[in-house]
Design a protein around this ligand. Structure first.
Ligand code: GUN
Ligand code: ZN
Length: 435
């Protein structure tokens, strides 16, 4: 081991598989008193402290986090960075909310200076909340994505983002054309896709804001470059779905509009999917497309409840999304808290191991990044979080009554937020410390 090796001692937890596939008891790996050894930005070893400590060279520093749990960094599969300034904007459901709050806020991203400022605040918030990878919407302005990738590159983050494509049903200051959207996306792809830890996502906002021609150009981009992602919204709100039917009368439904243009696939992430018909579930599974489950957003906009159990039965891949700014928190812990309540409404209590899976390995699988991130497996990139069981007086008190790992994890998810994130590490470097 070389001088760049560092070891971290704490409780360690990561997911090994989806509890729905491997069973709850085999879904996690846990060391009550564990040691995580990191070398050159990657995980070198994980195991019980009493076994690994004697194997370490004497000059390797060991940081001991007491009363803490180290987990992989959280993965947010759906979020809008330009909406950082409109969290908690009052009033009405999706289409009114877009018109009254979202579109006005996004117009400000014509200014590069504004985009730089918001990208800075946004990435700071992700790190304060322990999120190390996200799939991110920009605005229609290519500069917004340039600003975002610039900042993400400086922080050495694994991030996916794209410029919004929308050529209709939005203010003229926020629309592009199929050709302009194609050319702007192409230039961003050439500049950023595959650079360091960054990936590009072709980003048609949602079917109502895109013409057939624009969706066709989105499909063209996907066919022209290797490894691109696709992110959009799907079946979020019942009024939206009716609108899609009138805008695309020749298509078989909302998902079919995207399918028609070749937008489904293993790197495609559809946010929400609250009101899907049988054929749509089947098609998502067949094409290995993923859904981003965004509970705080779905409740905030009164959109509906996501049927996670159905997704499991259909074999559709799911990751968690905060969907800031319709989502009300950057915190993955708070997002899981709301996911639990959404599942309670459906009489399907969400087990903390499943929640944990969705926020880590499940998210990585949804993004086809599970070889790089999402676990503490040796060889993985060392993006991890230190969660503090005693972050607040209430958490510390409550933890005294919570003895098992399941209980402690569940309490963290219910009471925890950014205050529970003691530190966030990116490629083995400390990127955030709670003071
Ligand atoms: N559908 C189209 N655009 C958006 C958006 O910005 N947020 C949400 N939640 N849904 C959308
Ligand atoms: Zn969204």
């Amino acid at each position: 081991m070389t001088a760049s090796t560092i070891a971290y001692r704490a409780s360690l937890l990561d997911s090994l598989g989806d509890p729905a596939e491997v069973g709850l008891e085999h879904s996690c790996r846990y060391f009550e008193d564990g040691l995580l050894v990191v070398e050159n930005g990657r995980i070198l070893a994980i195991g019980p402290a009493n076994e690994l400590l004697p194997t370490l060279a004497a000059d390797i520093p060991v940081h001991h986090f007491k009363d803490a749990l180290i987990t992989p960094g959280f993965i947010d599969t759906h979020i809008h960075y330009p909406q950082t300034g409109i969290l908690g904007a009052y009033g009405n459901q999706l289409l009114d909310w877009l018109e009254n709050h979202t579109f006005p806020a996004e117009q400000a991203f014509a200014s590069r200076e504004h985009a730089d400022q918001v990208a800075d605040v946004f990435l700071g918030e992700l790190l304060r909340n322990g999120t190390t990878t996200a799939m991110v919407f920009g605005t229609v302005h290519p500069e917004s994505v340039d600003a975002f990738f610039n900042k993400a590159a400086t922080l050495n983050l694994r991030m996916i983002a794209g410029k919004v494509l929308m050529d209709r049903n939005a203010p003229s200051t926020l629309t592009d054309t199929p050709e302009q959207g194609y050319q702007d996306s192409k230039a961003l792809i050439e500049r950023w896709h595959g650079k360091g830890r960054l990936h590009y996502a072709v980003t048609p906002r949602f079917a109502p804001a895109c013409s057939h021609e624009q969706l066709a150009r989105a499909g063209q981009l996907l066919s022209e470059y290797e490894g691109l992602y696709l992110q959009t919204h799907l079946a979020e709100n019942t009024r939206e779905i009716e609108w899609v039917k009138t805008l695309f009368p020749d298509q078989g439904g909302y998902l079919d509009v995207y399918d028609h243009h070749g937008l489904l696939g293993k790197r495609s992430v559809f946010a929400h999917g609250l009101h899907l018909c049988d054929d749509e579930w089947k098609r998502l599974a067949e094409t290995r497309s993923a859904i981003a489950f965004c509970p705080t957003s779905n409740l905030f906009l009164g959109s509906g409840v996501f049927n996670l159990t159905r997704a499991e039965h259909e074999g559709v891949c799911v990751g968690m999304g905060t969907d800031v700014g319709a989502g009300t928190s950057f915190s993955m812990l708070q997002t899981l808290n709301e996911a639990y309540k959404v599942m309670q409404l459906q009489h399907q209590p969400l087990h903390p191991f499943k929640s944990f899976y969705l926020a880590t390995l499940g998210g990585a699988r949804a993004l086809e990044l599970d070889q790089q991130i999402g676990t503490l497996e040796p060889g993985s990139e060392a993006d991890f979080v230190v969660l503090d069981y005693a972050a607040t007086p209430l958490l510390a008190f409550r933890m005294q009554q919570a003895q098992s790992l399941e209980e402690r994890l569940f309490v963290l998810m219910t009471l925890g937020d950014d205050r529970a994130v003691k530190a966030t590490f990116v490629m083995g470097e400390r990127a955030h410390s709670r003071t």
